[in-house]
Design a protein around this ligand. Sequence first.
Ligand code: TYD
Length: 155
Amino acid sequence: MAADKAVMVNPTRVDPAKIIAGCRIITLPKIADIRGNLSFVEGERHIPFVIRRAYWIYDVPGGALRGGHAYYKLEEFIIAASGAFDVVVDNGSERQVVQLNRSYFGLYVPSMVWRQIENFSSNSVTLILGSLPYSEADYLRDYETFARLRHEGCK
Ligand code: TYD
């Protein structure tokens, strides 16, 4: 990632309007119950897209990084189904770190945002809901190309 400084954003207090590049924390319903809490998410109701795919990242060894790319079209909603991790989001000139550490909220990440997931706690599970089926052609894996496209898009 090119940006030098990361801003730590605490999702329990952050103003969602302050997260860069259209990313925002979305708090999901939480049905508290002495038998265990329950949360849920519906596409086009709680998150702004139809859910076409779900995948999850688990058994992450200490110090590992995931992601490190953007998508041309894919929108995502990232939830810490278990444990905690940091999502680094980058708009081509600014970068923020959003910590996800509860399973009743998540981070919406629109297309054309560079994102990386890191600092995984042990036994964390990263659940990612996506707006499209998997397509390698949708990945933007070169940061310089990403930043150039972002800057061109801002003109
Ligand atoms: P990738 O998205 O590159 O992982 P990360 O960004 O976390 O490093 O995916 C890793 C591999 O898994 C890659 O070979 C493609 C495959 N994959 C699928 O086949 N389907 C999927 O839905 C995803 C997310 C990945």
